[in-house]
Design a protein around this ligand. Structure first.
Ligand SMILES: [Ca+2]
Length: 378
């Protein structure tokens, strides 16, 4: 099992039912957004097969929708070099983020922040929507599970008291009955006074339902990465190549010895109110770190290899593969997650690096998974 897997909502039931397969979701996490350099860098400084980012120059055809920023669209090098030799690069070679290849995306509007608890509450108030985590797992989906175990809930980070081996995520993830978006870490928790925090404990269907209600949609993985790079080409982070420029945290990640020690030197032991960290070159906050963000693509580790065209032409507006396949958990349907979360650390998962990829089993939320939406420019 990869060191950065985390369990999905399905795992307690598959275990209980004796079905065997434990679930996992590629875990996560990391950084927020950053700096103010909107220009592409030269290929030589970017290295690793990255070429300059070019923008299409198309202008938005309407005033900015509330809370959204314009992403101009254009062409960029998508993917990630092996980050293991970089400071804060972590121990994962990130092979699913290669080959680095040229991709073009159309201009679009993107939420400048992750969707907040207040925004999600407005959606629920208007529609009566009930999230996946609030719905008891069905006996049909988990044949053989004792009825008393089919209880609504979700996955919650439960830090161990002392050091634990990092090869067993069950040491710090638990299925908690009653955990949902209003109770992110379980029945005793609340979002009272946390209206500006990103909504969490949302499964893919929940994010999609919100986006549809808002007249928006979820970003493709390519749109997300183009936007996250903020105009930079091949930079390690959305703000540049230095993780802590001037010693300053640019994103909500993890400090201390993971998972038992959380020193919160960046100011936040858990999720932070959106826009607590600087925006990237396109005005996006928390595009790295804070909470993971759902993208619309199905996950496959070879997505990029399948996208690359033999004629060397640019791949335009890729939508991802038709189906999901994760060799580590072949029975699980997974969508792409991007950006990492407040739990990201180079000791475990350095997916605050902007070109890296995550994945999540579609029926699973967790207290570090959220989303943001986009609106096509045309
Ligand atoms: Ca933090």
């Amino acid at each position: 099992m990869a060191v950065d897997d985390l369990p999905s909502r399905r795992f307690p039931w598959t275990i209980i039912a004796g079905l065997g397969a434990a679930a996992a979701v590629y875990a996560l996490l990391l950084l927020a957004s950053g700096s103010l350099r909107p220009r592409a860098r030269s290929p030589s400084s970017a290295g690793g097969g990255f070429e300059p980012t070019t923008t299409a120059g198309e202008s938005p055809r309407r005033p900015a929708p509330e809370g959204m920023v314009w992403i101009p669209g254009g062409e960029f090098s998508m993917g990630c070099d092996d980050p293991r030799r970089k400071p804060f690069g972590g121990g994962d070679p990130m092979p699913d983020a290669r080959p680095i290849h040229r991709v073009a995306v159309d201009g679009l509007w993107m939420d400048r922040t992750e969707v907040t608890n207040d925004q999600f509450a407005a959606f629920v108030a208007a529609t009566g929507y009930v999230t996946v985590a609030e719905t008891p797992p069905s006996a049909e989906d988990f044949p053989g599970a004792p009825p008393e175990n089919l209880v609504a809930g979700s996955i919650v980070f439960s830090p161990p008291e002392g050091p634990v081996p990092l090869d067993n995520h069950y040491s710090w993830w638990n299925y908690i009955p009653g955990a949902d978006w209003r109770h992110p870490t379980g029945p005793g928790s609340s979002i009272e006074g946390r209206g500006d925090d990103p909504v969490v404990q949302v499964a893919y269907a929940d994010a999609l339902a919100y986006a549809t209600w808002a007249g928006k949609r979820l970003p493709t993985e390519a749109e997300w990465e183009f936007a996250a790079r903020g105009g930079l080409a091949g930079a390690t982070y959305p703000w540049g190549d230095e993780f802590l420029p001037g010693g300053k945290a640019m994103a909500n990640t993890w400090q201390g010895r993971f998972p038992g020690e959380n020193t919160a030197e960046d100011g936040f032991p858990g999720a932070s109110p959106v826009a607590s960290f600087p925006a990237n070159g396109y005005g996006l906050h928390d595009i790295s770190g804070n909470v993971w963000e759902w993208c619309s693509d199905w996950y496959r580790p070879d997505s990029y290899a399948r996208d690359v065209r033999r004629d060397g032409q640019v791949v335009r507006n890729p939508q991802g593969p038709d189906t999901s396949h994760d060799p580590q958990e072949p029975g699980q349907a997974k969508r792409v997650l991007r950006g990492g979360s407040f739990m990201c650390t180079d000791q475990y998962c350095s997916r605050y690096i902007v070109g890296t990829r995550g994945k999540g089993e579609v029926s699973s939320g967790a207290n570090h998974i959220g989303f943001r939406c986009v609106l096509p420019g045309k």
